[in-house]
Design a binder for this molecule. Structure first.
Ligand code: FAD
Ligand code: MLT
Ligand code: ZN
Length: 468
């Protein structure tokens, strides 16, 4: 494609069109090394006009584009195919915060702004941008929007789609949709903003967004608890809500296997309990909110009801950070066991313990010695039921079992009325599985939307919907 590459260099500058193997390596493979491909080129535009120019040129040449933000995704959505025909379009140079409106409660940011930078910009004006993920130091707002990211404060603030008011999107043919509105109410037809959220870059390239800011929550109370069972974890949610109401922001679960992994990485176990299940609770509110008292009363009631065995309450910011690390470091710690087969499932919260009880024997039967590392957003009914290899099996051999093991997890999840992807999206890894569980009507509607917006199938092909 010499002409296309020349035109792309003219559009964004020669140094921002990468083709050397060493230069494209970091963009060609995901952070875990689980998914990878070979791009035709990596293109790094710096503005919406440059993104539009890249899309126009690629469209005219019939070349597919794979949008990429921080490349922290879990299911291969941001990496190209292996045949050297697709462009990776990195939003990493679009890092402007265009506007902060503390009074109106909005912030307008370009797609490549890192989530932690948006949080910091909100804090600087005494506001909160509440999306919070373990990857917040490197994931981008564009990726958060494209995956409809969840994280550890969904209980209180909802998912990313609840935090977006307006979008600017470059369409597959290079046209720009300017939907950068900051309205709380707008009933003028189909909600295009919501359509692009969670579309994983298959319908348009997000270049800018108007996001919602919430009041700051400087008062925080955080506890690490030991639990008798998963059903106790589920039963604890209404108790926490009874005492904390909307001040409850976080209710996360960590299994013994997950705890052992982070302790092996050098973190200090806050309780030294021999329980099998643990959890992180956080309450937050405005300055002066009685979060410490609320937490104490909630824990007292929970211990009285047999739902909590033991608890450690953070007495300082450093202790709070230590408790949070016990939860947020699990994902990376599991990589120390070799490749992880990840599952990102949700069920009604009352079915969580059935899910865990049923899966353990079924997976052990399918692959003796397989190690479940279970953790996640128990308050949302969302578990990361991740699997590591049996000690005597190589990583390469283990991943050959992915389809069989995932089918067990996904079948059970769906039988319990759940979803096979609660927050990470489908990417290439789960696109076929998701289509198999959906009705023909649902898949037809999704394909019709894709055809209407991207009739040539040039935006992130094979992601979300399997290729036909
Ligand atoms: P990428 O990985 O670059 O891309 C993800 C998808 O979005 C791809 O399909 C890509 O094509 C598309 N995309 C990226 N930018 C754009 C754009 N501008 N326009 C259109 N499409 C685009 N996720 C959660 O939801 N909850 C968690 O709690 C969570 N915890 C994590 C913890 C760790 C340690 C790690 C490593 C990851 C975690 N993730 C979590 C997964 C991941 O961080 C999120 O999915 C995040 O939203 C991805 O952002 P990104 O910028 O890295 O996107
Ligand atoms: C998390 O919540 O830490 C991630 O979304 C889970 C994962 O790594 O599977
Ligand atoms: Zn998660």
């Amino acid at each position: 494609m010499p002409d296309l590459l020349t035109d792309l260099r003219d559009a964004v500058g020669g140094e921002h069109v990468l083709t050397d193997a060493a230069d494209v390596a970091a963009y060609a493979t995901d952070w875990r090394g689980a998914y990878g491909g070979t791009p035709l080129a990596v293109v790094r535009p710096a503005s919406t006009a440059e993104v539009a120019a890249v899309a126009r040129l690629a469209h005219a040449a019939g070349v597919a584009i794979v949008p990429q933000g921080g490349n922290t995704g879990m299911c291969g959505g941001a990496v190209p195919s292996g045949d050297g025909t697709q462009i990776v379009l990195s939003l990493g140079r679009m890092r402007s915060i265009r506007d902060v409106d503390a009074a109106g409660g909005t912030i307008t940011v370009e797609a490549g702004v890192v989530l932690a930078d948006v949080q910091a910009a909100a804090t600087a004006v005494d506001r909160l941008f509440p999306l919070s993920l373990g990857s917040e130091g490197s994931c981008t707002i564009g990726g958060n929007i494209a995956t409809n990211a969840g994280g550890t404060a969904v209980l209180r603030y909802g998912m990313m789609r609840n935090l977006v008011l307006g979008l600017e999107v470059v369409l597959p043919d290079g046209r720009v949709w300017d939907g950068l509105r900051s309205l709380r109410k707008d009933n003028t037809g189909y909600d295009l903003t919501q359509l692009f959220i969670g579309a994983e870059g298959t319908l348009g390239i997000v270049t800018c967004a108007v996001l919602v800011l919430h009041p700051a929550t400087p008062a925080r109370a955080t506890a690490w608890v030991a639990l008798p069972s998963v059903s106790a974890a589920a039963a604890l949610l209404p108790v926490l809500r009874e005492y904390a109401a909307e001040r409850l922001t976080t209710w996360e679960l960590v299994s013994r296997a997950a705890l052992d992994l982070v302790v092996d990485q050098g973190l200090q176990d806050p309780l030294a309990s021999d329980a099998e299940w643990f959890g992180l609770i956080e309450l937050a509110g405005p300055s002066g909110a009685p979060v410490d008292d609320d937490l104490e009363r909630a824990l007292g009631a929970a211990v009285g009801a047999g739902l909590v065995l033991d608890a450690a309450v953070a007495g300082s910011p450093a202790q709070r950070a230590g408790l949070w690390a016990m939860r947020e470091r699990v994902s990376e710690a599991q990589e120390s066991l070799g490749p992880t087969i990840k599952h990102d499932v949700s069920v009604p919260i009352t079915s969580l313990s059935s899910l865990v009880d049923r899966l353990a024997p079924a997976l052990e039967h399918a692959l003796p010695g397989v190690r479940p590392v279970i953790f996640g957003h128990v308050g949302d009914g969302n578990l990361h039921y991740n699997l590591s290899r049996p000690a005597d099996l190589s990583g390469d051999d283990f991943v050959t079992h992915t389809a069989a093991l995932s089918a067990i997890v996904h079948d059970c999840t769906v039988e319990l009325g759940g979803s096979i992807s609660a927050e990470h999206g489908l990417g290439s890894g789960k696109a076929a599985a998701a289509a198999a569980y959906k009705s023909d009507v649902e898949v037809d509607l999704m394909r019709a939307i894709k055809r209407a917006i991207d009739p040539d199938g040039l935006l992130n092909p094979g992601k979300v919907l399997p290729l036909q």
